[in-house]
Design a protein around this ligand. Structure first.
Ligand code: ZN
Length: 136
């Protein structure tokens, strides 16, 4: 797989506005975008640090993936996202090496990226997202 850097770290939070205050007022970062991703039942807030982002995720539905995560584990780091060149090939390669895929094909995530998740059961416990920015 051709990974270039950590694209973002996904952090599950109970309340987006309260959490943004911590990152802005204490860490001195600036939230540059808030976006709702309806199909994932989340609202997201983004911060840029170098070429890596933080993605805060607030559930809009307790039955959604972040709602369930917070109910089970509470707030905290939810997933790690790597920027990859050739996401389709990366998924084929991962599957051929026995990795359990959550997404067999890339789908649209926040910020228009093509994204796909690998199951934490086969990634040493870390929910792993691959993402690729396609220049269209
Ligand atoms: Zn993500």
């Amino acid at each position: 797989m051709n990974i270039s850097h950590i694209e973002h770290i996904g952090i599950a939070v109970k309340n987006l506005e309260d959490s943004i205050k911590y990152y802005e007022n204490i860490l001195g970062l600036k939230c540059y975008s808030i976006e709702e991703v309806k199909e994932q039942k989340v609202r997201t807030a983004f911060f840029m640090i170098g070429q890596t982002k933080l993605e805060l995720l607030e559930s809009t539905d307790s039955e959604g993936p972040i709602g369930k995560f917070i109910e089970k584990k509470g707030e905290g780091i939810h997933h790690l996202a790597f920027a990859v060149k050739g996401i389709e090939e990366a998924l084929v390669e991962a599957e051929s090496k026995g990795i359990q895929l959550i997404d067999k094909c890339p789908r649209k995530g926040a910020e228009g990226l093509d994204i796909a998740f690998l199951h934490p059961k086969s990634t040493a416990g870390v929910l792993t997202e691959l993402c690729e920015k396609k220049n269209i």
